[in-house]
Design a binder for this molecule. Structure first.
Ligand SMILES: [Zn+2]
Length: 230
């Protein structure tokens, strides 16, 4: 590896990696800070989710507790909204922020928000690509087999498109959450608003980092393939 290749590698792989670690630290920092700040309305994450769903006329979505920390998600296929213990039972700024964000996804589903359905549609091929990827990359570089690198490029293209579509889905869910929390009076004070913004904006940064990482890998592989042909 010459020094020029090393610099390119550092930019395409190293910077996204650092951004990813920074985003993870920021999101867990924001969560641990704001889960200690009680919400004045005294509502739990689970109750906030139920109230917002009912206010939006979405009665068929179930709000359920799960054990995974920060594993909060909305599952569009089963219509289940799953909240982690601190969010489900907590009546904190972080809990209502995250609960409202997940309801944002349920509302997207209900209103047939196009990016959400597009994202759902490409989940199977994305899973296939990410399972294939380690073997493809290892094989491609060990045996200098250009065909495998090309396959790796296709896999990263799929992943990059997936991460790109994830961005509007996540930003939109958080935008909806912030508006609804205010409209319904669940969040009132300046401090609560700042807390919800901090938690949701940090979470959004992790999705940006994932996209940048995927794009960095894609460009790197394209360059690697080109240099292997020379
Ligand atoms: Zn989300």
């Amino acid at each position: 590896m010459n020094s020029q290749t090393l610099i390119i590698y550092g930019i395409l792989i190293g910077i996204p990696l650092i951004l990813g670690v920074y985003a993870q630290m920021k999101v867990s920092g924001a969560f641990s800070r704001w889960k200690e700040v009680p919400i004045a309305s005294g509502i739990t994450g689970a109750d906030a989710a139920r109230q917002i769903l009912d206010a939006a006329g979405i009665h068929r979505v179930e709000v359920l507790p799960i054990d995974t920390m920060l594993g909060d998600h909305y599952d569009p296929s089963s219509k289940k909204l799953c909240l982690s213990p601190d969010v489900y039972n907590g009546s904190s700024v972080a809990a209502v922020g995250i609960a409202a964000h997940e309801v944002g996804h349920a509302i997207q589903d209900e209103r047939s928000y196009a990016p959400l359905h597009l994202r759902m549609a490409i989940v199977p091929i994305t899973q296939f690509a990410s399972q294939l990827l380690p073997f493809v990359i290892l094989g491609g570089f060990l045996f200098h087999f250009t065909g495998l690198i090309t396959l790796g490029i296709i896999c990263y293209m799929v992943l990059t498109v997936f991460q790109l579509i994830t961005l509007p889905v996540e930003f939109d869910a958080s935008r909806r959450a912030k508006v609804i929390l205010h409209q319904m009076g669940i969040v009132g004070t300046r401090e609560e608003t700042d807390g919800v913004n901090d938690v949701l904006d940090s979470a959004a940064l992790t999705y940006v980092a994932a996209f940048v990482a995927s794009l960095g890998n894609l460009i790197y592989l394209i360059l690697a393939r080109r240099s292997s042909e020379e």
